[in-house]
Design a protein. Structure first.
Length: 228
């Protein structure tokens, strides 16, 4: 999934930065050290191409085991004569976590407006209250059968009148009351996921590059996943 390039707005799903290279190294040396990051993991495959001092990579279906699963598309460029590695990566996962709360908040507002529309009017509520009072009085005026009373039968429940005219929330009985609480909960969950991910994932991405350049992620690190 290729995300649009929108200045300032793309900070929602995009990260940029640079890592110092000490000592300075050639692009070929740097990309050779980073090669383990682009190995296949499970059923996915991260493809990459090198054009001079720039490496471009992408993965349409990243496996969770892939160290580039979150920022699954980007470029790595060796700059300043090999003194630093500049990275620019995007994350559809972060964009999804950012948009999901907005979607659930939209659902919640639809529920609120639905309930407001189908809420019984003051006249309907007064009519329903009067009807319930009439039923209660009729119930109290009707004595219980002596035989049923002798046999210990329970007292019949009081009859309940219509809620807003027909028992289904007024306005002709279309639709019951829905709660937006679940939508608010999901919106909060995805909002928290986005905030945590936007802070944590760039740090992990940078650490992954740094450790791979230092040789702490050898190619053999992916062998168990490939064996599966």
């Amino acid at each position: 999934m290729k995300l649009p390039n929108l200045p300032y707005l793309d900070r929602i799903w995009r990260i940029k930065g640079a890592l110092p290279l000490d000592p300075p190294q050639s692009p070929a040396e740097v990309f050779d050290k980073l090669n383990p990051l682009f190995a296949s993991v499970g059923n996915d495959k991260t493809s990459h191409t090198v054009d001079g001092d720039t490496l471009s990579y992408g993965n349409r279906n990243p496996n969770p085991q892939n160290r580039l699963a979150t920022f699954n598309r980007g470029t790595l460029r060796v700059a300043d004569g090999g003194a630093k590695l500049v990275y620019d990566a995007t994350s559809p996962a972060l964009l999804f976590c950012f948009l999901a709360p907005l979607l659930f908040l939209l659902f919640s507002q639809i529920m609120v407006q639905h309930d407001a529309y189908f809420k019984p009017t003051a006249a309907e509520q007064a009519k329903a209250k009067a009807e319930q009072k009439r039923l209660d009085e009729a119930h109290m005026a009707t004595p219980m059968n002596p035989i049923d009373k002798f046999l210990g039968a329970p007292q019949p429940e009081k009859p309940k009148g219509d809620d807003g005219g027909n028992g289904k929330g007024g306005k002709g009985g279309k639709g019951g009351k829905g709660s937006p609480l679940i939508a608010y909960i999901y919106a909060g969950i995805f909002a928290a996921m986005y905030v945590i991910g936007r802070i944590l994932e760039p740090f992990l991405f940078r650490r992954t590059l740094r450790k791979t350049l230092a040789g702490e992620f050898p190619e053999t690190a992916f062998e168990p996943a490939l064996a599966e």
